[in-house]
Design a binder for this molecule. Structure first.
Ligand SMILES: [Zn+2]
Length: 177
């Protein structure tokens, strides 16, 4: 029997079902239910919390919904690799992490403050120390996050808007001059 979450590999949280931890399990359920949503089959929409008026909009929002959940599951997996000390971390990764924490903590000018720390980190710490420190910083960041309230429509619309813009920018980049 495994005591690790099959998605993120954590051992820090209980595993309520299917060998998934208490963070990943509800998300996986949401993802599985959303994958089934089909406007032409109303019985799949019992737990659907996006508007089902316009089919095109529906499919965009469903795509965004799934991507956001997938991203969250990825973040858990990614962070846990470091928290478990299972990955090499360089100075710039730690510098960025310190920047994010400094910003969240309300530092006046976090960018200037942390700029160039990567050199000091690389010079003064070996791989083991870097990996250990980064894991701790990930846990600090995790504690600073507000509880996730679940997906809301504003976030979905914003995600669709950003993906559309990214697509347009990529098309522009591919156009011959
Ligand atoms: Zn998990």
């Amino acid at each position: 029997m495994t005591d690790k979450c099959v998605n993120c590999g954590t051992t820090r949280f209980p595993l309520p079902a299917r060998n998934l931890c208490s963070r990943c399990y509800p998300l996986v359920l949401k993802k599985e239910s959303a994958q089934e949503w089909d406007m032409s089959q109303p019985d799949t929409l019992a737990k659907c919390d996006i508007p089902t008026v316009d089919p095109v909009r529906f499919s965009e929002l469903k795509g965004a919904y799934l991507e956001i959940i997938e991203d969250r599951l990825d973040i858990f997996r990614f962070r846990e690799t470091f928290i478990n000390g299972g990955a090499d971390v360089d100075g710039i990764t730690i510098e960025r992490q310190l920047l994010r924490i400094a910003e969240k903590a309300g530092a006046k000018d976090a960018v200037t403050l942390t700029h160039g720390w990567k050199g000091r980190i690389d010079d003064s710490m070996d791989a083991n120390a870097r990996s250990c420190l980064y894991g701790m910083l990930c846990m600090v960041e995790e504690e600073m996050e507000k509880p996730w309230k679940g997906l809301h429509l504003g976030e979905l619309f914003e995600h669709v808007r950003q993906s559309t813009e990214l697509e347009k920018a990529q098309q522009r980049a591919e156009e011959p001059l």
